[in-house]
Design a protein around this ligand. Structure first.
Ligand SMILES: [Zn+2]
Ligand SMILES: [Zn+2]
Length: 234
């Protein structure tokens, strides 16, 4: 008697070994299909829609390399952003009050301003591999612009370093993007607010297309059909 070979549920091949991914009878897969990236992206069984359980294997070399890269990049960015204002602060001939106000404004935008900006961008833009590349490029442009302006300001004795740094670096690099994304965020949230008010103030029901009457009731001419009113029991 010939036994029917069990097929792979994706390619219908009947190899010697099949792997069961789930409790259901048909979720049998061949090694080749199992190793395809798209298969590994599946969250649920294609046959019975049960959630898959996953095994994780971490590559610690890649993890260390990535974490180190991020930490070094972070230190580099913070150093580039902190160095110019600190340098201007220590070289400045202005009064202590002006110096303190200057360094406080710079520190505020470098720390809290940057955190708020990153948070706003994450809320507004869908972050994927491409946006990460664009954001990294913008960051490099930002740091480059910041350094160039710092050298222009620092080596030009005729201009007031503090005022120029506040206007051209803090204003353009920190305040403008923050304002830009805050306005977009407000507009996005305006829609959410409108939706919230609409949801609270109006009840949405599926429009009734026609009626079906069962044997217990004959349709009487001109008598209005009762609406399917939800009864509230007190
Ligand atoms: Zn297969
Ligand atoms: Zn299944």
């Amino acid at each position: 008697m010939e036994i029917d070979n069990v097929p792979c549920f994706l390619c219908h091949d009947t190899p010697d070994v099949l792997y069961k991914l789930c409790e259901c009878l048909e979720s049998n897969i061949c090694a080749e299909c199992y190793n395809i990236d798209n298969t590994q992206q599946m969250a649920r069984c294609a046959i019975c829609r049960r959630d898959f359980t996953y095994n994780y294997k971490r590559n610690y070399l890649i993890l260390t390399k990535d974490v180190l890269c991020i930490v070094l990049l972070f230190i580099a960015i913070i150093s580039i952003e902190l160095f110019p204002p600190l340098h201007i602060y220590y070289k400045s001939n202005e009064s202590q009050t002006i110096n303190s106000i200057f360094i406080s404004i710079c520190l505020f935008f470098i720390t809290i301003g940057n955190i708020i900006l990153v948070d706003l961008v994450k809320k507004i833009i869908l972050i994927d591999d491409n946006t990460i590349k664009i954001i990294t490029m913008l960051y490099m442009l930002k740091e480059g612009f910041l350094l160039i302006l710092f050298f222009i300001i620092n080596y030009n004795d005729r201009i007031n370093a503090i005022i120029y740094y506040i206007v051209f670096v803090i204003g353009i690099v920190y305040v403008m993007p923050l304002l830009f994304f805050s306005i977009i965020f407000m507009f996005n949230n305006f829609d959410e607010l409108k939706k919230y008010i609409n949801n609270k103030s109006q009840l949405r029901k599926i429009a009734i297309n026609s009626y079906i009457f069962n044997t217990y009731r004959e349709q009487i001419e001109n008598e209005p059909v009762p609406e399917p009113v939800q009864k509230i029991y007190l």
